[in-house]
Design a protein around this ligand. Sequence first.
Ligand code: ADP
Ligand code: MG
Length: 347
Amino acid sequence: MIRFENVTYRYGDGEGGISNVNLRVEKGELLAVIGPSGSGKSTLLKLLAGFMEPQSGSIWIEGKDVSGVAARHRDLGIVFQSYALFPHMTVLENVAYPLRLRGVDRAERFERASKALGEVGLSSATDRLPATLSGGQQQRVALARALVYQPKALLLDEPLSALDASLRTEMRDLITHVQRTAQIATIHVTHDQEEALSMADRIAVVHRGEILQVASPKDLYDKPFNATVAAFVGKANLWIGDVMSSTCVRTEFGDIACDASDWGIGDRVNVMVRPEAIMPLTADQNPEQAPNYFNGTLVQDRFLGAVRRYDLSVAGCVITGETGYRGSLSRISIPFDSVRLLPLQDD
Ligand code: ADP
Ligand code: MG
């Protein structure tokens, strides 16, 4: 449906941009693109939208190479963080505008715009001016306007980042609902990893202009490609370790039993464990029977409502855990299967 083939675009000074990007989005799929600020996410969308052309590589939409095709002929629905509505037009006129550009007659365009507004839950606001709407409502208008002409794909560049937390959750649900109903290929750029995990079929992680990994939310979380991905998606303990055998890795605070069969003895690795995988031992549990048992000193303890996040100092290293357990904390166990070994990185 949408394909990036070896796409490179570097800005004038050579610092920013994207390099050798390969990416596919299928029909009906919602692909989230996440990465730190400045990593190249918007550049990716601008190239797809046709606001600028790749310096090398090609972009394909529905089997057609779109090199040189002007933005307005690519038939893409675009929503940015700033709503960019026309202030002097009513909500209905705003949504009908793309149809006017395409020469659809007046009666039909108002009918289709009304329908699109209904789909985003804004039927009652058709005659209002954008300035009289809340931020969330304006963003719904922008979404309706992007969808009204049944675009080939929907491009969303951090559309929710200006909204407050509860509205963001509501808009997430609305976007996924509308996107699923219309079965439209969607690229959703966000720096909010929870947003990406909750909405996407697949997630692409961008770092310094390169795509590090593309995977389903679960695979990305459970099997990150390296420590950068692990630290960017969710929270992660990352310790340096040396592989001692196919079932043991040695860290600064002790040996950890795990599956190291993909590694060679003597390999230096990043040892990753998610905080919620770490099991606190209650007073009546026997440490002899707990895998990877460690005893430490509680140095941080934050109550976050549903969970408690704590730091345990073990032989000078910090182990961060998350638990619903409210008793005293000093003894923990790290389940064998929760340990993942990742390659060491240069930076
Ligand atoms: P993101 O959307 O992930 O925050 P961008 O794609 O906007 O990142 O930018 C990627 C990099 O390119 C950044 O380092 C940014 O400073 C640089 N950049 C973006 N736009 C321009 C531009 N018009 N001229 C020069 N550098 C730019
Ligand atoms: Mg951006």
